[in-house]
Design a protein around this ligand. Sequence first.
Ligand code: DAH
Length: 358
Amino acid sequence: MQDIDRLGAELRANIEAADSLEALDAARVRALGRKGAITSLMKELGALEPEERRDAGAALNALKDGIAAAVEDRRAALRDRALADRLADRGVDVTLPVRDEARGRVHPVSQTIDEIVTIFADMGFAVAEGPDIEDDFHNFTALNIPPEHPARQMHDTFYLEAERDGAPLLLRTHTSPVQIRHMRAASPPYRIIAPGRTFRRDSDMTHTPMFHQVEGLAIGRDIHMGHLKGCLEEFARVMFENDDLRMRFRPSYFPFTEPSAEVDIGCSRRDGELRIGEGDDWLEILGCGMVHPNVLENVGLDPDEWQGFAFGMGIDRIAMLKYGIPDLRAFFECDLRWLRHYGFAPFDVPTLAGGLAR
Ligand code: DAH
């Protein structure tokens, strides 16, 4: 019995001294494992007289339970300590003041993209994406712009030195190639919008070599131009927060749509100031039309079965108009003072219910 008490004290000391989960496990095995101290004593019980065996057996069983409980207590203590250490390590002092220079702003282009996505999401459009570096097929050929087509000249394309399928890679000149990628990858019906960067060799007060567009595409079995009109009217009215916004669809030409139209919204230009939604002047905001049968065929859709509309719109100018920002070039100069002035607070997330911005 003396032995058992001494053994118990020794095993408990080992357990208390264990400083890690690994060390604790080793101490547990030394006590309770198959070749552990308690297990070995248990094996010797058989050699004792019945009287002695009963007492020693009960004592050993009590020791075994006590040691198992001590191991669990120690394990819990080690875990608590590890958690406390981790929390202390990553501690944040929430009482510290926010540093003024650390306050971020959302760029007006990002804000405008969020607004556009919010409006179209409400009409069932999903967001699609494509690469900035495109190939000739997706940017031109599949969109019904074959190699000698004059529309290629209008695009002032940046070409790369690398080639794919014998034609140079390029920086996409519009977001329309995302239409092609989506139609080739998914099966209709679908509605998507694709906001993103676009590139053209052009630079002045109103053009930057990198700019932003959003592409829209809806394909179904019986989509017609009325759907296109309704969809774009809804968009413009919510975007410019004006239920009476005047719009007109002017016949136009794009290789990838037939018929094609350009869309103008009502505005006034007085004393050099442009105001949306008043006056009797017009401002062009986007191009659109019914997807050309050749484009549908190029992506493997039967034009007798599937049809739909597409549109493309410049985002930067919409942002300038909506938020009264005069110079496009300042958009991409990363001037912090400009961003503080025209940027949005990170929590100004646009929602239809809460008003699109501010
Ligand atoms: N891709 C055209 C551009 O960059 C814009 C456009 C016009 C896109 C008509 C369309 C469309 O999808 O139907 O000028």
